[in-house]
Design a protein around this ligand. Structure first.
Ligand SMILES: [Zn+2]
Length: 65
């Protein structure tokens, strides 16, 4: 596990800020570039797009019964 791995922005090579949340037992991570405002997401260690990330959050966090 590389907890402190620094991801780089694919546009401008700035080091990305990583924000991790746990959704339904899986890590959902947002990588945010403070320079060009690019955001990337991964879920369970796999890259996903924004729509998927939001659907995961919506399914598991926003619609609790
Ligand atoms: Zn960038």
């Amino acid at each position: 596990m590389a907890l402190a791995k620094a991801e780089q922005c694919e546009r401008c090579a700035t080091e990305l800020v990583t924000i991790s949340i746990v959704v339904d037992g899986n890590d959902l991570e947002m990588y945010s570039c403070t320079t060009c405002d690019t955001r990337a997401w991964s879920h369970g260690g796999k890259p996903v797009d924004l729509a998927f990330a939001l659907s995961e959050v919506g399914l598991h966090a926003g619609r609790q019964r």
